[in-house]
Design a protein around this ligand. Structure first.
Ligand code: G3H
Length: 538
């Protein structure tokens, strides 16, 4: 037991703010919340507890719906009915009506802050601090979206004149959106697509990720109370079996998916008319860091540790491979080892904890196999004291140096607390790696020489979509564009870009002659249209 003390708690030792939740997951379809009529599967927490016998076990914290194809199709049909081929109450509503509804939704979601954060902690082992940050960032995202949409609405309310034509150009919704967020940000990243989709007038089906499912139950009443029936439908089930039929039937117009590229490809290819099946996708990434010989090694090491190991490295924006110039490799790796050894490993409610349990039970074996393979190919563990230790679902971060570029650790997205390090002679090796990589999200460059950095920027800007100078990779602030090249993304997310991603420009045009002017004026002055309108949302 002694090696476990301080890391694992008994149920009685869990502090009050973190008390174990229990949720029996329900679904929302067509404005009705249902608690029966479907199969469910248990949800087991990755956070281990010590029992009276000293053994570790993982508590069951609830159940989640496990819908079949037919039941999932019901949710899609409910969204299609609310869309009603574009004639539904929601897609034709004035922007100010939708804004008011989303504002009320936000107020009701705020009341669920405590349970949502607690569920993020128990279900995906997000630290209490990070769980609260995820919640608060999402509320901020909602606020920013509402402000951005008001500005967009103001811009679109102008009548434009050109070449004898008068026109009003607005952004109109696309149809039914299928929103699927990832397990690492199940609340934030789903809302980052769902809210823009809704505010632009689309209807939606939300399918929860593999982990991070229970929080949706806490939100059902809020959605039911604030939006017309069928505008949002919230369900769960095995994506592998339930999604394809509705895609094949052409019932989904937009796929908003944050996850893996093979899954995204499979879903997209299932659509009968791919040209009008829009994808808003955040996918795989293998963001590299480059440490130049003149880099400030303290800054580089501290940013690389945060960049590669925040939330156990389970971020699409995590640094997933580090290239360090040979002349500074030893001191850099030494600083990394020292910083990693200081990271506190434990349960997500413990103060100051950084490394927490891994939600996917299959991941521990995968990480071990990647590290073993790299070591067999000549790599070495830089932190053998603790690197790779496993207790329950905790994995102590491994720093692996001398990683061969043809190993899985260099080519696959590990999505976990393993940091591959490659020592290079010339930056050409890094550039070649990036050019031949199938991923293209972000990178971090650490150095001081403006000429060298300028040259790298010019080349690398055509390979990735964000270059971070002397800083880790990250998505935020959310007003900045978040996207990627190659296998890493389709479409762009940011507060404003997302509004465009979930809409299409649609315009009303008339000849700029007396009868055209008169007709437009009559429609405007009589307030006969929600679309052709100069009404401004304040
Ligand atoms: O997993 C991908 C997230 O969008 C990362 O967001 O960089 O703010 O942690 P973050």
């Amino acid at each position: 037991m002694s090696n476990l003390s301080g890391i694992f708690h008994s149920a009685a030792e869990v502090p009050d703010f973190a008390k174990i939740p229990r949720i029996e997951g329900r679904i929302l379809i067509g404005g009705k919340i249902r608690s029966s009529g479907f199969k469910s599967r248990p949800v087991i927490s990755p956070c281990s507890l010590v029992g009276p016998d000293g053994k570790l076990s993982n508590p069951e914290i609830g159940t989640t719906p496990d819908l079949d194809e037919k039941q999932f199709m019901e949710a899609v049909d409910a969204a299609a009915l609310a869309w009603n081929k574009g004639r539904g109450e929601w897609p034709t509503a004035r922007m100010e009506v939708r804004i008011q509804a989303i504002q009320s939704l936000k107020q009701q979601i705020l009341a669920q802050r405590d349970i949502i954060c607690r569920l993020l902690m128990w279900e995906i082992a997000k630290t209490w601090t990070d769980a609260q940050a995820e919640f608060d960032r999402t509320i901020q995202y909602m606020d920013d979206t509402l402000e951005a949409v008001k500005a967009l609405d103001r811009d679109c309310s102008r009548i434009q004149f050109s070449g004898g034509i008068m026109a009003q150009i607005r952004r109109a919704p696309l149809g039914v959106a299928l929103c699927m967020g990832p397990f690492n940000y199940p609340f934030n990243e789903t809302f980052a697509t769902l809210i823009p989709a809704l505010i632009m007038g689309n209807t939606a089906v939300v399918k929860s990720p593999r982990f991070g499912v229970l929080l949706w139950d806490a939100l059902l009443e809020a959605f039911k109370n604030t939006l017309p029936p069928g505008v949002v439908n919230i369900v769960n089930g095995s994506g592998r079996t339930i999604i394809s039929p509705s895609i094949q039937a052409g019932k989904i117009d937009v796929l908003a998916f944050i996850g893996s590229s093979p899954v995204a490809n499979k879903i997209k290819l299932a659509h009968p008319e791919p040209h009008h099946f829009r994808g808003v996708l955040g996918l795989d990434a293998k963001n590299p860091a480059l440490i130049l010989p003149d880099a400030d090694l303290d800054i580089a090491a501290s940013e690389c540790v945060r960049g590669s190991l925040s939330f156990n490295g389970q971020r699409c924006t995590a640094l997933k491979i580090i290239f360090v110039q040979k002349s500074v490799a030893r001191p850099f790796i030494q600083k990394m080892v020292e910083a990693v050894e200081k990271l506190k490993v434990g349960m997500p409610w413990q103060p100051g904890v950084s490394i927490t349990p891994i939600p996917d039970p299959m991941k521990l074996g995968q990480l071990k196999s990647y590290v073993d393979e790299a070591i067999q190919m000549g790599a070495k563990l830089s932190n053998p004291k603790s690197g790779g230790r496993v207790e329950g679902s905790l994995y102590w971060p491994s720093l692996v140096e001398g990683v061969p570029l043809n190993s899985k650790l260099a080519t696959e997205e590990q999505f976990g607390p393993v940091v591959p390090i490659v020592e290079y002679d010339s930056t050409d090796e890094f550039e070649d790696y990036v050019v031949h990589s199938p991923y293209g999200m972000q990178m971090s460059l650490f150095g001081r020489d403006p000429e060298k950095l300028g040259g790298l920027i010019d080349h690398m800007a055509n390979q990735v979509c964000r270059i971070n100078l002397n800083a880790q990779c990250q998505r935020g602030p959310d007003v900045f564009p978040f996207t990627g090249r190659k296998r890493s993304a389709e479409g762009t997310l940011s507060v404003t870009d997302a509004l465009r991603s979930f809409s299409i420009r649609s315009m009303v045009a008339a000849k700029q002659d007396p009868s055209g002017k008169q007709l437009v004026q009559d429609i405007l002055h009589g307030d006969h249209s929600h679309f052709l309108s100069t009404h401004i949302t304040l």
